[in-house]
Design a protein around this ligand. Structure first.
Ligand code: FAD
Length: 473
């Protein structure tokens, strides 16, 4: 093998966890390399996750609005409005490629050595890189290693994905035609976002979910219910409390057998596309972790301590491939913290205030604890809620579904959770994150001047309603 010069830090994986760690390490003066096998940087998030899904969500939202929500705005659309799927895809691809190339530019600017190849461990300080475009493998020596190899879709036992008719989120982001009928296994964020995209494009979409509520673990119960109601009004069908027993492709048709968990009643759903979106699992294939004996738990996560160290203290792990929420911003925070541990001996991620966002319309966003969690833990709390219907900007924009809900400690008024369903909730949640990071009380927020007319005033008024009364509701 050709041996590369020794690096202070070698990062495996160029997703949000890995590329951010690499840039940070280089900025701190460490000689840094990043190995990525995809051929482009940005990982799942930029290539087949956050970014392409948001491109489709944004443009289908505009399309849907032109079709259904112009009349009361004085906008008269003449002639037929149609969607050119190929161009919609092209717009998505352009965003993805601009952003992934942008990271490559940042690597150059910060002098990160970028290796396009597959990394596998030779020993605790040596990593073999097999170039993606063939050619001879080389070995990179590293003082420190950060594993950021991410995750992959969890397969559904017995269902064979062909990424054409039976798809994961990756296939769903690049369908060649708009399905007439699309069934989706899983009512989590990814399932609901893709359901929104295709429902807006005219597909008849049905969500099949084993649990009796949508949104997954972090979403507040009241918000989840409201969101489901709104999505149902938009035309998405829900089969909650149902389990899938089998799914098979027959030509251009996919047959899904489901069973009501409570009654045992069986039903067959047919459709031209089935999306399997039951979650993601950590990805370590091909990394040859066996060579250095890394501990991997029963769910495939690489085991680490509080400082992201494996049993080999110079090998750290961040992002989807280890514990915690599988979110891009969580991976990024960890990437920076892991590097700071290497360089300075200390780093910081506040796991109590990692926001979650679902980019449907209206958006759903949250941070901190849900009412259900507080009740379960027996924590006494105050609740302040403010509907967007009473917010001047939301009313003016004719986009006033949803509310802001703030939960604070009954005794100290410290904010314990913020749950928003409404327009721009994903932007607005940052105020809640900042407030909680600084240990703010709801009164601190309510006494902070918010510009008028903005959606954020709903946030301020919900905070007011937590310890006192809102003005406009
Ligand atoms: P990844 O992004 O998965 O990156 C890991 C990289 O490592 C990959 O590019 C892989 O090719 C590379 N790799 C793996 N093994 C090797 C090896 N042996 N050698 C070299 N390279 C290797 N999160 C959000 O926060 N917001 C969203 O809106 C959002 N939307 C999403 C939508 C979809 C459809 C999906 C699927 C995910 C979404 N996510 C979202 C989740 C987000 O994409 C992940 O949490 C994030 O990408 C995790 O970052 P990571 O760096 O840990 O791993």
């Amino acid at each position: 093998y050709a041996t590369e010069g020794e690096h202070d830090v070698v990062v495996i994986g160029g997703g949000p966890g890995g590329y951010v760690a690499a840039i940070k390490a280089a900025q701190l003066g460490l000689k840094t390399a990043c190995i990525e096998k995809r051929g482009t940087l940005g990982g799942t998030c930029l290539n087949v996750g956050c970014i392409p899904s948001k491109a489709l969500l944004n443009n289908t939202h505009i399309y849907h609005q032109i079709l259904h929500d112009t009349k009361d705005r004085g906008i008269e659309v003449q002639g037929e409005v149609t969607m050119n799927l190929a161009k919609l895809q092209k717009a998505k691809d352009n965003s993805v490629s601009a952003l992934t190339k942008g990271i490559e530019g940042l690597f150059k600017k910060n002098k990160v050595d970028y290796f396009k190849g597959t990394a596998s461990f030779v020993d605790e300080h040596s990593i073999q890189v097999q170039p993606v475009d063939g050619g001879e493998a080389s070995v990179i020596k590293a003082k420190n290693i950060i594993i950021a190899t991410g995750s992959e879709p969890t397969p559904f036992p017995g269902i064979e994905v062909d990424e054409e008719r039976i798809v994961t989120s990756t296939g769903a982001l690049s369908l060649k035609e708009i399905p007439k009928k699309m069934n989706i296994i899983g009512g989590g964020i990814i399932g609901l976002e893709m359901a929104s995209v295709y429902s807006r494009l005219g597909s008849e979409v049905t969500i099949i979910e084993f649990m009796t509520s949508i949104g997954g673990a972090g979403m507040d119960g009241e918000v989840a219910k409201q969101s489901q109601k709104i999505l149902a009004k938009q035309g998405i069908k829900f089969k909650l409390g149902n389990k899938v027993t089998s799914a098979v492709r027959e030509g251009d048709n996919v047959k899904v057998e489901i069973e009501d968990v409570k009654s045992g009643k069986a039903e067959t759903l047919e459709g031209d596309v089935l999306l399997v979106a039951i979650g993601r699992r950590p990805y370590t294939k091909g990394l040859n972790t066996e060579a250095i004996g890394l501990d991997i738990d029963e769910r495939g996560r690489v085991v680490i301590d509080q400082e992201y160290r494996t049993k080999h203290p110079h090998i750290r792990v961040v992002g989807d491939v280890t514990f915690g929420a599988m979110l891009a911003h969580k991976a990024e925070e960890e990437g920076i913290a892991a590097v700071e541990y290497i360089k300075n001996g200390h780093g910081h991620v506040n796991y109590g205030v990692i926001p979650g966002v679902m980019y449907t319309h209206p958006e759903v966003a949250w941070v901190g604890q849900t009412e259900e969690q507080l009740k379960k833990e027996g924590i006494a709390y105050s609740l302040g809620k403010f509907p967007f219907l009473a917010n001047s900007r939301a009313k003016t924009n004719q986009d006033s579904e949803g509310f802001v809900k703030i939960l604070s400690d009954k005794e100290t008024d410290r904010i314990l959770g913020v749950h928003i369903i409404g327009p721009n909730a994903g932007e607005m949640i940052s105020e809640g994150v900042l407030a909680m990071e600084y240990g703010a009380s709801s009164e601190d927020v309510a006494r902070t001047c918010h510009a008028h007319p903005t959606l954020s005033e709903a946030f301020k008024e919900a905070a007011m309603a937590t310890y006192d009364k809102a003005i406009h509701f």
